[in-house]
Design a protein around this ligand. Structure first.
Ligand code: C2E
Ligand code: MG
Ligand code: MG
Length: 761
């Protein structure tokens, strides 16, 4: 719609108020009727000008204006004395009322159909209620007075349409959170028009004198201007927009409906029927009203019951898969624990968690993820007996409760059956995908004092064990698992505060050059001494720190600490100025976008040249997030920092990895070094690794050297450097000076004397 200038609206308002006041203050006569006529006729150009797209309200207001104009003209012609409405005008008025009702109904429809059932019942009650009142108060008296059944019937019908329109307008108002000005104006116009009509109808029926009836004209004038102003107001466009309708019946609607029941009853009781026809109309109307009310109540009860069922269903069902949710599962376990079961039965919980489900969501999108969840749900249901409950707890977690499992062996059979569900690929709309699952099994004992939540947690714990064991397998819960979980939780919690409490330290293990026999670098290895003196091995706490993310601050601390230490050793002459510092970096650190900045800052704060820093990484990050690892390692390379591949030989150890990533060193894992002296297989493997590394121009370090024999063989095989308990255990920083000095005293390997297979130191 066109936005009318505000000035025009102001002028319109001023004219409207002026004309209403004038018509009110005038004693009567032709001038007043002329104002009435002008006020009615101005509506026609206004609605045309405003061109609002809701045609029905357009027609109804146009009709209202025409009817008003018609009355005013007749009044003028009758030279001021009050006239009764002509049937043709009453027909127009009725049409205006009907148009308005339909227009308002369509507005309500556009907002959604939640109101539909009750609303039309209530509107019918309002219609019949107001019909009964208007029959007793207006139609019957008019029939008697004027002996004009036609006119009486028309105005009798007209009244209910305007009441229904007012009722619907109120519902439209109540149903909206925002009530635009245009809505208030239209509502006011409608109410004023109804009031004026009522005054005329009461005049028609002889209840009031013509003096009071003249009050109706200012109401009409005000009504026309309100309707016009509603059309001109810019907010009218908001009226047609669909609005979310709040659920439930509003109090206002209830009051209107109850009033439509009570008022007719009072009116019927207060007025006696005139004749048989009157009696018949009153009885039939009351009967119809009773029928509509009964139907409305029945519908309300039924809708309520249906809503309740839906609500209950929604509260107990997972909306995606339609499976029972956690509440139902816990309730079922609870019922089971309260009731005794057959001694041959061994109710068992199976916690099924999809492996790497996040990958599917990330790579194929959430819609595919949802498809997977739904398909898996269906397959799980098909895989178990009918007495079993398959529920979905959240995300990719399902729990199956089989009450008829017979024994631990039987439970394992069921678990295997559940695993087998994943052997076939899942046919998604984007193509087939393979998904595996890890399953935790926990039996429910009849004497169990555990709560349903505890029992589900046991199955969950076992499921984590299955994940740790490499996924796609089954693990059965036992008490020790619970202890391990509790221990892990304790470590996890303590680890959060370890850094602040200064419980973390770095130990250092020298790296020896096999050609020169010099200490060419050290590896920093973290140690955690808890407040009570317990020392936790990094092999235990680093993976936990990795899982919980605490590795990020801990790792940053280690980097700065190690480099600062190297700086002071070089400055103090403990190490040569070219000695390097190796720092272990875990996958989570490497994947952190802030990591290059952390390295840069540690280098600049310690004043150590980037060439002296070796970062030790493991293959896992290169396998799981190759792109990210490549980008980070390239950044490191550009900083001048070098990267070593730690624990080489234990993982995938593919040649392509060595070619693809910017690596400068491989560290042969202790597992091969240990067998290098005695085991021909290990020796040939180390030989191959050394040859491969050399051909790629990589520096080769052997880890975990424990005997001179091993060192000898490694040297013979062409290994550059070595590290291990033979050379030195990891030592605290303040022991480094003596350690390096002792190693220097030993001289250059193979000058290391070997007597009866043991070093002379
Ligand atoms: P790693 O980087 O492979 O470190 C070598 C491990 O082997 C160290 O264990 C070291 O004490 C041990 N070791 C050295 N020589 C010998 C030997 O001759 N015989 C035997 N049996 N073991 C030897 P540690 O200190 O317990 O560290 C274990 C792992 O924890 C490290 O393996 C590394 O992956 C990780 N780690 C240690 N400190 C850090 C750290 O600051 N950050 C990160 N992300 N990981 C760390
Ligand atoms: Mg290492
Ligand atoms: Mg290692």
């Amino acid at each position: 719609m066109k936005r009318e200038p505000a000035l025009l609206r102001w002028i319109y308002t001023v004219v409207g108020v002026a004309m209403t006041t004038l018509s009110f203050s005038m004693p009567g006569g032709q001038a007043r009727d002329a104002i009435h006529l002008a006020a009615a006729l101005q509506l026609l150009p206004v609605v045309v000008f405003a061109r609002w797209r809701n045609r029905l309200s357009w027609y109804s207001v146009a009709l209202m204006g025409s009817v008003g104009g018609f009355y005013a003209l007749r009044q003028l012609a009758a030279d001021g004395s009050p006239t009764y409405a002509a049937p043709i005008a009453a027909v127009f008025a009725l049409a205006a009322g009907v148009c308005l009702v339909i227009g308002l109904a369509s507005l309500l429809r556009s907002g959604g159909d939640r109101y539909a059932t009750g609303l039309w019942g209530d509107a019918t009650i309002v219609a019949i209620g107001s019909w009964i009142v208007s029959w007793a108060v207006i139609v019957e008296p008019v029939r008697k007075l004027a002996d004009d059944s036609w006119r009486a019937a028309l105005s009798g019908l007209y009244q209910p349409t305007t009441w229904v329109a007012l009722f619907l307008a109120a519902v439209v108002m109540l149903s909206r959170h925002r009530r635009p000005t245009a809505m208030w104006l239209a509502g006011a116009g409608l109410a004023l028009n109804l009031l004026a009509d009522l005054i005329y109808s009461l005049l028609d029926a002889g209840h009031i004198g013509s003096g009071t009836a003249r009050l109706a004209i200012p109401f009409y004038v005000a009504a026309y201007f309100c309707a016009g102003a509603a059309f001109l107001h810019p907010s009218i466009s908001e009226l047609g927009r669909p609005q979310p309708i709040p659920a439930g019946d509003s109090i206002g609607r209830l009051i209107a409906t109850i009033a439509s029941l009570v008022v007719p009853v009072i009116v019927l009781a207060a007025t006696a029927p005139n004749n048989t026809a009157d009696k018949v109309v009153r009885s039939v109307s009351t009967f119809v009203l009773a029928c509509v009310v009964t139907t409305r109540v029945l519908v309300a009860v039924r809708t309520n019951r249906r809503d309740q069922v839906e609500l209950l269903h929604g509260a107990h069902t997972d909306p995606l898969t339609g499976l029972p949710n956690r509440t139902v599962l816990l309730q079922t376990i609870n019922d089971l624990l309260r009731n005794s079961w057959h001694p041959d039965d061994q109710p068992t919980l199976f916690f099924v968690d999809l492996d790497r489900f996040k990958n599917i969501n990330d790579s194929l999108g959430h819609a595919a993820g949802d498809e997977v969840l739904v398909t898996v749900a269906r397959r799980l249901v098909n895989a178990v007996s009918e007495s079993a409950t398959v529920s979905r707890l959240s995300g990719d977690e399902y729990v199956v409760l089989d009450v008829n499992a017979k024994s631990p062996a039987g439970a394992l059979e069921i678990a295997e059956r559940l695993l087998a569900v994943f052997r076939e690929p899942l046919a998604l709309s984007q193509g087939d995908v393979f998904v595996t699952a890890s399953i935790g099994v926990a039996a429910i004992s009849p004497t169990s004092s555990s709560s349903p939540e505890d029992l589900v947690r046991h199955a969950d714990t076992a499921m984590y064990r299955a994940k740790d064991a490499g996924r796609n397998c089954v693990a059965v819960y036992d008490e020790s698992m619970h202890e391990r979980v509790a221990h892990r939780l304790a470590v996890e919690t303590a680890l959060y505060r370890a850094l602040d409490r200064r419980e973390l330290r770095l130990f250092h293990q020298p790296i020896l050059d096999l050609q020169s026999g010099d200490v060419v670098g050290v590896e920093a290895l973290m140690r955690w001494q808890q407040a009570d003196g317990t020392i936790v091995s990094p092999a235990e706490f680093i993976p936990i720190a990795e899982d919980t993310g605490t590795i990020i601050p801990i790792g940053s601390w280690a980097l700065l600490e190690a480099l600062t230490q190297l700086r002071s050793w070089i400055d103090d002459g403990v190490c040569s100025p070219s000695a390097t510092m190796s720092v272990n970096v875990s996958p989570r650190q490497l994947a952190d976008s802030n990591f290059p900045a952390v390295v840069g800052e540690a280098l600049s704060r310690s004043g150590v040249s980037p060439q002296l820093l070796w970062l030790e990484v493991t293959e896992s990050v290169m396998i799981t997030e190759p792109e990210l690892a490549l980008a980070t390692l390239r950044r490191m390379r550009s900083l001048g920092v070098r990267v070593a591949l730690d624990d080489f030989g234990t993982g995938y150890s593919s040649l392509s990895l060595l070619q693809k990533f910017p690596l400068q060193r491989i560290k042969i894992d202790r597992a091969f070094v240990q067998g290098v002296a005695d085991n021909p297989n290990d020796r040939s493997l180390v030989r191959t690794i050394v040859a491969m590394g050399r051909s790629l121009g990589l520096d080769i370090v052997a880890e975990g050297v424990e005997s001179v024999h091993q060192l000898q063989v490694l040297s013979d095989l062409g290994c550059d450097k070595a590290q291990g308990y033979l050379i030195s255990h990891p030592v605290p920083a303040d022991a480094m000076r003596s350690t390096v000095a002792a190693l220097e005293r030993l001289g250059r390997f193979p000058g290391l004397r070997v007597e009866n297979g043991a070093p002379t130191r």
